[in-house]
Design a protein around this ligand. Structure first.
Ligand code: ADP
Length: 165
């Protein structure tokens, strides 16, 4: 059983993430998308909300599961018996950080390999932070995130008293 883990913040999930999820799910038996519970970042959405949004958008892909985790990624990967870490690369700016992470992870556990998917050109510019910022200023974000996510982003920004209307 070839199981891969796709970790990230997914705050919120975008079409760029979804593209990586669809492509990665085709080359493994099971893909576990993992929402990172990271204390050092102040996310827009709670981990529970991010998991729910992801579950909704991957419902039609049978071999994809969504979970959340805290702590070291390699420990979690080992726990769920995943041998592969999936990450996406958009631009050169992602490269240095991703290379460092994958090298650190392979030193921590050399049974786990990281594979990278290069972004589809149409999503190369897209990041969760761009989506949050565009929504904050009232832009239409339906080109960036799945339909079920769009209103949740506006609502959440409004709840936080941050929406600029
Ligand atoms: P993190 O905080 O771990 O970087 P993100 O949710 O921002 O979490 O990203 C998770 C992964 O998805 C990263 O590997 C990132 O490079 C990748 N990714 C994000 N947006 C895109 C995109 N538009 N195209 C391809 N990969 C992407």
């Amino acid at each position: 059983m070839r199981r891969a883990i796709y970790p990230g913040s997914f705050d919120p999930v975008t079409f760029g993430h979804l593209d990586i999820i669809r492509r990665a799910s085709k080359i493994v038996d099971e893909l576990v998308v993992c929402v990172l519970n990271n204390n050092s970042k102040t996310p827009l959405f709670s981990v529970e909300n991010r998991v729910k949004m992801l579950e909704e958008v991957v419902r039609d892909i049978p071999n994809v599961k969504v979970m959340s985790f805290e702590g070291l990624l390699v420990d979690f990967a080992k726990k769920i018996d995943a041998q592969i870490i999936v990450r996406g690369l958009r631009a050169v700016t992602d490269f240095e950080y991703e290379l460092q992470m994958s090298q650190t992870n392979s030193i921590l556990d050399d049974n786990i390999d990281t594979i990278f998917f290069t972004t589809s050109l149409e999503y190369a510019y897209l990041s969760s932070s761009t989506v949050r910022e565009a929504a904050f200023y009232g832009a239409d974000i339906s080109r960036f995130v799945p339909e079920s996510v769009v209103n949740q982003v506006y609502e959440r920004l409004k709840d936080k008293g941050e929406k600029n209307e």
